[in-house]
Design a protein around this ligand. Structure first.
Ligand SMILES: *Cc1c(COP(=O)(O)O)cnc(C)c1O
Length: 428
């Protein structure tokens, strides 16, 4: 595990016993870290919301900045000694504003869910009505699930995709918006394989006098690379996760218009969170810096090419894809086309060293713990260097593993092949 935190030079250099490397200080915890490295290195991560961070991002997360309390914002903190971490937060904010041509950025959200919570808290009153993507059609828990804070405090109504095309029905969104006159319209999804037309959403929101919020958690990296429509010019606020296609540390960010910046910042802190994770904010700065490089555009271009190729190859093998294909980094497979539930497909692929997640598909008759679909994404395997030719091999393994779902020996044999293949594609 030469790339991992335990050997971080700053940690290893400390002379006290408190400064022992993890491997010596806590063998049990070290084993877990090593086992996760092994798991990631010897299988293929096809979960659309995951990625492989760079060494630089992981190193930033293991720095001394984790020790620092910094409630407040740069230049206005509730603690002394913030002059160094202020530079980290300023660097992250400057870079992300440049990346997305945004007026204001808040890089403190611990997660995408907390970024969304801050946006709702800043711009809505409890009980306000919100129009968002239906959870069964690819929306996120924070878009109104009854057990999530969003569904508890606000009145969500869902819009969905056209059952025939699998694409968002913008006419239906407009009709529902006119009927409902919501305080806010939310665009963005966790399992939608097509580009989202933020300009049309923005028009609809303006027509009905609603605020427009975009949760671009999934396609943020593609947006940064200008390979997906850009929500920033159209939305009052935009949130995203930094760990999906953005390939940074786990966390969230909110971008917003000038007129909302005070409300958003104070909703995030002290509204939703306490002290920010300054080591993670440093890592966000590193990831945003990486995203400003031309190599990031090349990477995202390949992510999209790989997803398109995977879709084509699966269609050739008789799989049904929701919407018939993809414009982004994922495909949504209807496993019924191969006689499986999403749950059984996830299990079979897992035994073959191919990690995916089961996912509801539009009109799914199954429960969320079973589902009829699996979501398959290319961000992580593209970070390892897989290109079209290797994607063909991945499609073959997916097909073989799903066919061999009751054949443990065959699944183990495929896992062996995947493991051998992975040797040529080490983790970053
Ligand atoms: C992943 C995701 C989130 C939440 O991110 P967490 O960091 O898991 O809280 C929010 N919205 C959408 C659309 C997502 O896909």
């Amino acid at each position: 595990m030469s790339n991992s935190n335990p050997q971080h030079p700053m940690v290893a250099a400390s002379p006290s016993t408190h400064g022992q490397p993890l491997a010596e200080a806590d063998a049990e915890a070290f084993r877990i870290a090593q086992d996760e490295y092994e798991r990631e290195a010897t299988g293929l991560e096809l979960i659309a919301s995951e990625n492989h961070t760079s060494r630089a991002v992981r190193e930033a997360m293991s720095t001394y900045l984790t020790n620092k309390y910094a409630e407040g914002y740069p230049g206005a903190r509730y603690y002394g000694g913030c002059e160094v971490v202020d530079r980290a937060e300023d660097l992250a904010r400057t870079r992300v504003k440049q990346l997305f041509s945004a007026v204001h950025a808040n890089v403190q959200p611990h997660s995408g869910a907390q970024a969304n919570q801050a946006v709702y808290q800043a711009l809505l009153q409890h009980g306000d009505s919100v129009l968002a993507m239906d959870l069964n059609h690819g929306g996120h828990l924070t878009h109104g699930h009854p057990k999530n804070f969003s569904g508890v405090f606000f009145k969500f109504t869902g819009y969905g995709v056209n059952p025939e095309t699998g694409r968002i029905d913008y006419d239906l969104v407009r009709t529902k918006a006119r009927e409902l006159r919501p305080r806010m319209i939310v665009a963005g999804a966790s399992a939608y394989p097509r580009a989202i037309d933020f300009a049309t959403f923005g028009e609809i929101a303006r027509e009905v006098g609603a605020l427009f919020f975009v949760d671009m958690a999934h396609p943020a990296g593609l947006v940064a690379a200008k390979l997906h429509p850009d929500p920033v010019p159209h939305a009052d606020a935009v949130s995203f996760t930094t760990h999906k296609t953005m390939r940074g540390p786990r966390g969230g960010t909110v971008l917003c218009k000038e007129e909302h910046k005070k409300k958003i910042d104070s909703a995030l802190f002290p509204g939703v969170q306490g002290g920010p994770l300054m080591h993670v904010i440093l890592a966000k700065a590193v990831a945003f810096g990486e995203a400003l490089q031309p190599s990031f555009v090349q990477y995202q271009t390949q992510v999209k090419k790989n997803a398109a190729r995977l879709g084509e190859r699966l269609l050739e093998r008789g799989f049904r894809l929701v919407s018939g294909g993809t414009d982004n980094h994922m495909v949504l497979v209807d496993c019924r086309s191969k006689g499986l539930t999403g749950k059984d497909a996830e299990a079979a692929l897992g035994k073959a060293g191919l990690t995916v997640n089961k996912n509801l598909i539009p009109g799914d008759p199954e429960k969320p713990m079973v589902t009829s679909g699996v979501r398959i994404g290319t961000p992580a395997i593209t970070s390892r260097g897989l290109k079209e030719a290797e994607i063909d091999r991945v499609a073959q393994w997916i097909d073989e593993a799903m066919a061999a779902r009751n054949d443990e020996a065959r699944l183990a044999k495929i896992h062996g092949e995947v493991r051998d293949f992975c040797r040529a594609y080490p983790l970053p």
